[in-house]
Structures are given as C-alpha cells and as structure tokens.
Design a protein around this ligand. Structure first.
Ligand code: FES
Length: 231
C-alpha cells in the first residue's frame, strides 16, 4: 500500500472526529469544618489561656479529664477546710472550758455552822432527836434539866454511830464503840466521849446551835454554860 499516492476522495471525505464532550462542572468541595465547629473553635480561642506549668506537664489527651480532676480537687479542698475549721473550733472550745474551769474552781459548800433548831418544846424530855442528824450532823438530847447537842462523829475514826432508842445508847457500826445518851463512851475502841456544841436561845425564843464552838468532856468543858441550855 502506497501511502504517498493516496488522495482524499472528495466524495467520501474522511470522518471528522467528534469533539470531546465537555467535562461536567465539578461541584465545589464541601467545607470540612461545619459552622458549628467554627463557632466552637472561636469560643475556645476567645477563652483566656490559664494553662499552668502543671497543665503543660500533663500528657497529651489528658485535657478531657482535667475538669473532673479540678472539681475533685476543689471538693477535697473544701472538705479538708471544713475539717480544719471544726478541729479549730473544738480546740478553742476545749481551751475555753479549761479557762472557765480555772476561773471557777471547786467550791465545797458545807452546811451552815450555825442554825435555828426550833423551840425547846419541840424536844421531849428524855429523848434524843435525830431531826438534824443528816443535814447538820448533830443530835439534840434533852434530860430533866437541860438540852444539849452531840456531834454525830465517832471519836474513834470518825464514823457515824446509830442511835438505838430501845437500848438508850449510840452504837458505832464501824468498830463497835458505844456511847451513853449523854455522849460518854463505855465500850469499844472510842477513846473519849462524843463532842458537844454550843447552844443558846435567840431573841425570838428559838434554839440556836453553833457548831463553830465545841466542848469536850475530858477537858471539863461540859460544865461551860454555853454547852447546854437550861429549860
Ligand atoms: S469509828 Fe466508831 S468505833 Fe471506830
């Protein structure tokens, strides 16, 4: 085949190649970042940067847990602050109580040493009254001539004897000492009689018993007119 001699046939022109189809318009790529994400990023940028050295030292990816750790730290701090305040207030209260205790020491309230004991008629002849035994520690006895006051303290070791009316004597429960109605000791280890106290009449006719002045039989003090009341 001789290509140099080949002439185009006017009646049969060669086919003109069809123009290439126009490429379809390419839609612009959708933005990867949504408007919401843009807003969020703007908010983050606007937020003040408060990162500390400790924050910077945190490993990457720990930012999400940071708020929880912060709230836990705050709760723990408030908890320990409360505990501290409670301990502080308790300590102050303790010191206050100690101070008050120091300012108001124990005071021994003893019964009055001098008191009104009623009228002489209230004490029958021949009897021992225990009316003031518990409150003032005395017996009031009356014989045919006088009224006298006996101490309820045993002269052995200080126990309180009992008055035994039918036996007409005082008997100490501790070691068995016995005392007559007059107070004279007659049995047991008691070395001496019971003591007596001052007795006299007030202006209104009532008996006054004064325990600040005592009389001891072995010293001859029972003869003192202040140690009895003539009735
Ligand atoms: S104390 Fe009363 S007999 Fe000893």
């Amino acid at each position: 085949m001789n290509l140099e001699n080949s002439q185009p046939d006017p009646n049969n022109p060669p086919a003109v190649p069809a123009p290439a189809p126009k490429p379809a318009p390419v839609a612009p790529p959708k933005p990867v970042v949504t408007p919401e994400q843009v807003k969020a990023s703007q908010a983050i940028v606007a937020e003040p940067i408060n990162r500390t050295i400790a924050d910077a030292a945190k490993p990457a990816g720990s930012e999400a847990a940071a708020p929880d750790l912060e709230s836990m730290d705050r709760r723990a701090f408030i908890k320990w602050l409360t505990v501290g305040w409670v301990a502080f207030i308790a300590a102050i209260g303790g010191y206050g109580a100690m101070f008050l205790r120091f300012m108001f020491p124990n005071v021994l309230f003893e019964p009055k040493q001098s008191f009104r004991a009623g009228f002489p008629d209230e004490y029958p002849i021949g009897e021992v009254s225990e009316r003031w035994k518990d409150k003032y520690g005395v017996w009031v006895a009356r014989d045919n001539e006088k009224i006298y006051v006996l101490s309820t303290v045993c002269t052995h070791l200080g126990c309180t004897p009992n008055w035994l009316g039918p036996e007409s004597k005082f008997k100490c429960p501790c070691h068995g000492s016995g005392f007559y109605k007059t107070g004279i000791n007659f049995e047991g280890p008691a070395p001496r009689p019971l003591e007596r106290f001052k007795i006299y009449l007030a202006d209104d006719g009532q008996i006054i018993i004064d325990k600040t002045k005592k009389f001891q039989q072995e010293k001859g003090e029972w003869n003192d007119p202040e140690s009895y009341l003539v009735v």
